[in-house]
Design a protein around this ligand. Sequence first.
Ligand code: PXL
Length: 280
Amino acid sequence: MKNLRVLSIQDVSCYGQCSLTVALPILSSVGIETVILPTAILSTHTAGFKGFTFRDLKGDLPAIVAHWKKEGIQVDAVYTGYLGHEDDVKIVLDIASSPINKGPLIVDPAFGDNGVLYGGFDLAYVASMRDLVAKADILLPNLTEACFLLDIPYVAKPDEKQIDGILRGLSALGAKTIVLKGIGAKEGETGLVIYDGKEKLYYSHRRIDQDFHGTGDVFASSFVGAYMRGLTPLEAGKLAADFTCEAILNTKGDESHTYGVKFEPLLFDLESKVRLALKA
Ligand code: PXL
C-alpha cells in the first residue's frame, strides 16, 4: 500500500467524539498517517454542553506552519473541518497553496446544521468559508451549510430544480467536486448528490430519525480516508454514508451516549471495506 499522509485542520474537542478525535482514528484505521493542525482546544464540543472552555490556538499556527516549511514537510491532502475562527481560513489557504500540500484540498464547512449555524459562528465566518470553498477540490456540505454559503433561505427538502441551483451555485463559488449531504429522494431516505460541474450522481440510503453530534465528522473522515486510498468520490461517498449509518445504529438506543456516535467498534472492518471497494 502506498504511503499516504493527510493533514487534518480542525479543533480539538477534548470530550465529545468530533473533529480531530474522530479524524485521527478513522484515517489511521485505513492506513493513512495523519498530521494535525489543531485550531482551538475546547473542553467539549459546543452542542449540548454548557460552560465549555475554548482556547483559540490561531496565534500558534503560523510558527508551526513556518517550521514545517523549513523542514520540507509535505502531505498528500489537506482536510479541513470545524476551524473556530475566520482568521484560520487564511492559514489553511496559505498551507493549501504552499509546497506543504501535494494533493487535494478537501473542505467540510462544518459550521451548521438543521438550518442554523453552530453556536459562536456568524455570517462573517460563513463569508470567510467562501474563500476556502473557492479553492476546494472537494466540498462536503450539508444543506444548511450549502444554503448559508449561497446566502439563500434554508430548504430542508429541496426539489430537483433547487438541488441543481445549489450545486451550480457552489460550483460557481469555485468548488470542483461537491458532495452534498442530506438529500432524500423518497420518504424515509436520505443520501448524497455528487456533482463535478458536469455529471450529477446520487446515492440514497435509509434515513435514521435521530440526530447525533459528530456524524458529519465521521462521514468526512471516512470519505477522506476512502477517497485518498483511491476510491472515486461516489464510491467514497457510499462507503462513508454506510459507515456513518452503521455508527448511528450502533449508538441509537444507548441513552448514556448522547454526545457523539460509537464508531470505534466498526473501525476493525473499515479498512477491509475500502480494500473490497478498490477491488470491485
Ligand atoms: O462536529 C462538528 C463540531 C466540531 N467541533 C466543535 C463543535 C462541532 C459541532 O457542534 O461544536 C467544537
